[in-house]
Design a binder for this molecule. Structure first.
Ligand code: G3P
Ligand code: MG
Length: 274
């Protein structure tokens, strides 16, 4: 298998095929995944952001999921409410009754005033209605790794059907262990932080979690690391790529997909390979 040739390798990895219970399934990764929806154009992790991504022709979105104090899974990025809503303090210190009333759009722009922090369930409804694929990043507040994964996967398993368009990822290995236990046939991606060094034993981590993808920050995305991941025969995703030139470079190096805040711009500028 000529894995270092981006064209053939891309084809192979975008169609990673496994036989599960007699059925063939393939992870159909797109080349570009809308980051937090399409957060260059709408407030991140809101229904508006998901709908904007769909309107731009994006095939998949990435969303972050965490828990309220009373364990409702919600789509939100920071531990604290302050940056992206009119709430204050920690998400983990507030119940859904409070969180659901917050404004998560006005901070971004007046035209988005009234947008809410969506529950995972509400976000999934919109994603399914729009026919999008999903990379759900499990982003627990500190100490709630196990519970966040369990609750999110429980909701997901009741709603989501198409395993070829779903990737569960996390920086937290505990969350991916839970995913492996609860939903072994869903594809998993291990996230590696761009502010840290790639751990020397990354292959062991990826193997242990039986992950299909390695998701790295742009600062980690050197040609040599990408070569190593290719040799390890895992799909490679890189975040967060907003510069079309950089996206092209990563593409020619063999990266399978990039996360982007402006996915339409990246899509328009990628090289057309099949
Ligand atoms: O999953 C890719 C990316 O979203 C990881 O970083 O902080 O944007 O959730 P962050
Ligand atoms: Mg994320």
């Amino acid at each position: 298998m000529p894995l270092k040739d981006p064209e053939s390798r891309g084809t192979v990895l975008r169609h990673i095929t496994v036989a599960i219970m007699g059925q063939e399934m393939a992870l159909k990764l797109p080349k570009v995944i809308g980051h937090r929806g399409a957060c260059a154009y709408a407030p991140e992790n809101t229904l508006d952001s998901i709908k904007t991504a769909a309107a731009l022709g994006v095939e998949w979105v990435e969303l972050d999921v965490m828990l309220t104090r009373d364990s409702i899974p919600v789509i939100f990025h920071d531990d604290m409410l302050d940056r992206t809503s009119n709430g204050f303090g920690n998400m983990a210190d507030h119940d859904w009754e409070y969180i659901k009333e917050l404004d998560a759009g006005a901070w971004y722009g007046e035209s988005f005033a009234g947008a809410h922090i969506p529950s995972l369930e509400d976000a999934l409804d919109v994603i399914l209605e729009k026919g999008l694929g999903l990379n759900l990043e499990i982003k627990p507040t500190p100490g709630r790794e196990r519970e966040t994964a369990e609750v999110a996967l429980d909701v997901l398993s009741r709603i989501w059907d198409d395993h070829s368009r779903l990737l569960i990822s996390s920086f937290q290995y505990t969350c991916l262990e839970i995913a492996q236990d609860m939903a072994p046939d869903w594809y998993r991606g291990v996230l590696f932080d761009h502010d840290e060094e790639m751990p020397e034993n990354w292959r062991e981590i990826v193997d242990y979690l039986d992950a299909a993808t390695v998701n790295i920050g742009d600062k980690l995305a050197t040609r040599s690391l990408i070569d190593e991941i290719m040799d390890f025969e895992k799909a490679i995703l890189v975040y967060t790529i907003n510069d079309p030139q950089r996206a092209r470079t990563l593409q020619t190096w063999g990266v399978d997909a990039v996360f982007s805040d402006n996915p339409d711009v990246i899509l328009q500028n990628l090289l057309k390979v099949h």
